[in-house]
Write a protein of this length. Sequence first.
Length: 273
Amino acid sequence: MLARQHGRVSAGRDLVGVEATAPEPVLLGLCGAAFGSFVNVLAYRLPRRESIVKPRSRCPGCGTTIRSYDNVPMLSWLVLRGRCRDCGMRISVRYPLVEAVTAGLFVALGLKFGREAALWPALALAVTLVAAAATDLEQRIIPNRLMMAGAVLALVLWTLADPSRLPENLIAGAAAGGFLLIAALAYPAGMGMGDVKLAAVMGLFLGRSVGPALFVGFAAGAVAGMAIMAARGAAARKQGVPFAPFLALGGIVGLLFGSGLIDWYVEVSGLSS
């Protein structure tokens, strides 16, 4: 499948240097699963301020170092039936789910962008979004180190891929972060500063596509909030709901469909005439 053109992305560079077929979906899926395993490390260690490099992964129950053959993404969890080989402690289903989701995103983004240079910032954003959603769901926090790394990656990768995108992305990052900051100040119980930083990072990666991304994120969050209130009544108002997973969902929509959604809106609203 030859590299395709996607709106403004076509102005970017091809980091491979030649026209080439899109990366094999199987290879991308395997890479995504491996990165998903790393995301699990980030989600567990960053909120605890532990090193993400060493020591090797270990069982949180008995502290035994996990053997390499017990650390194969998704497969090891299935073989061990979701338990530690040594102590039998149950291992959360979150681990294989994160690996599977990341693998699926890598495949989808590879099929969309092919060998375009925009694939690399897209993959980096996908990893950032999954990590932010996982940490927020488990620890109710979005680590500053994760957001700082995401911001740096966005600027570096877009500088390499298409420097002409940088002004738009910087404006989008400031606008998205500013919008979420106003929302957080108006409704502090609904979101925190981590959500503000995540929105800004999304803008640095997505550029103008951060608009539909935020719309989808807020819409999904509103639907989930109403469903929780309907199920639990007034008591649900006092329960905090992690917002990063909804922003992450919006970010994925922005990656895959953002430009198309903007073009559709411009056409149906008559702004193109």
